[in-house]
Design a protein. Structure first.
Length: 131
């Protein structure tokens, strides 16, 4: 929605003949396990819920002429491992992030605080992998 709320959509074929309509259902009240979207929400808020173990991380993960990626925190749950990463734009030009280009084995969900960074700006990336 316009409020910045993230919605996860699950699509499945209809049980009967195709009719061209889409049925939207509300989220289930009870969850069997904490999903990756809830983990990213907690990571963005900087919280450590009871169902998650958090530890500090440090060090440069990647560096080139335009950016530096540094690890900050690792969140671990029963099914996921989440990473909070600071991306610093070290160039003299603005940088646009295309999250669809971020991929990796077991990657479940990617989020970012900002999608456009000013020159010498920084933002936070959130990566969630299946364990």
């Amino acid at each position: 929605g316009a409020s910045g709320t993230l919605y996860r959509l699950y699509l499945r074929p209809s049980d009967g003949p195709f009719d061209g309509h889409v049925r939207i259902l509300g989220a289930r009240k009870e969850k069997a396990a904490i999903d990756s979207l809830e983990l990213i929400r907690q990571m963005r808020l900087g919280q450590t819920p009871a169902w998650c173990h958090t530890r500090k991380a440090s060090g440069i993960l990647y560096r080139n002429e335009t950016m530096v990626l540094s690890a900050r925190y690792i969140y671990e749950t029963e099914f996921h491992r989440g990473f909070v990463i600071v991306l610093e734009n070290i160039s003299e030009e603005s940088l646009r992030l295309d999250l669809s280009r971020i991929c990796g084995e077991g990657l479940d969900l990617v989020g970012s605080k900002d999608l456009v960074m000013d020159a010498k700006g920084r933002t936070t990336l959130y990566l969630v992998f299946w364990r």
